[in-house]
Design a protein around this ligand. Structure first.
Ligand code: FES
Length: 218
């Protein structure tokens, strides 16, 4: 898709955004026949620019999409992953939905709150951690699940959660990665538990019939 050409008003609305964000805006708008359809990815670009969704950011997205400010705000306030306050360096999200709850998510959350000194739903004064509980992340087979800046760690115990917090606090990386955290602090992962087809799967997905298997795919 060709990047969109922005009007003067649209350029004005994002004149203080970085060149890379402006380019991202052109690319995103070029992907949709109707500009309003780009509201969700554009809100993420505004988060990249400002760290969270600000009133100014929502105004810019309204200009870019042709939506009203109220419409943009309704989208931003409906979805919990659009953050409307400044976050800590590490956003630590603990899934407390049913599978994770049954396997000790409340203890994991309590350990993280205690070790960070940050209650659920808040950001610590030094700006290192934001702690929140979240709904199911679709990795129920690897419960309890913790995410750091949306990078997932599965099979976390309360004890491992404390170690994870200490690791992040005492010189944790700027860019966190699932693999490293899973290795250091994780336990059982979702798809290690998946039922395996005796013939083996032929697609890089769990070997359940709906997704295809040696038996189901010719
Ligand atoms: S219940 Fe926690 S990932 Fe589904």
């Amino acid at each position: 898709m060709k990047p969109a050409t922005l009007s003067e008003a649209e350029m004005d609305a994002i004149s203080d955004w970085s060149e890379s964000s402006q380019q991202l805006v052109r690319e995103l708008l070029g992907k949709y026949p109707d500009k309003r359809s780009a509201v969700m990815p554009l809100l993420y670009v505004s988060m990249i620019e400002n760290g969270y969704v600000t009133a100014e950011g929502m105004k810019s997205v309204a200009v870019l999409t042709g939506l009203t400010g109220a419409q943009v705000q309704s989208v931003a306030s409906f979805y919990s992953m659009y953050k409307r306050e400044e976050l800590g360096k590490y956003l630590v999200s603990v899934c407390t939905s049913i599978s994770c709850f049954l396997l000790g998510a409340d203890d994991v959350l309590a350990a993280i709150e205690d070790e960070t000194g940050v209650p659920d739903g808040e950001t610590g004064h030094d700006g290192t951690f934001t702690v929140e509980h979240v709904e199911c992340n679709g990795a129920c087979g690897g419960a309890p699940v913790v995410l750091v800046n949306y990078e997932m760690v599965e099979g976390v115990t309360a004890e491992k959660a404390r170690e994870l917090v200490k690791w992040l606090r005492d010189g944790g990386p700027d860019v966190v990665g699932t693999e490293e955290m899973q290795q250091l602090f994780g336990g059982a992962k979702s798809f290690d538990w998946a039922v395996r087809e005796p013939e083996g799967a032929v697609l890089p997905v769990p070997a359940f019939a709906p997704y295809g298997s040696a038996r189901g795919v010719k």
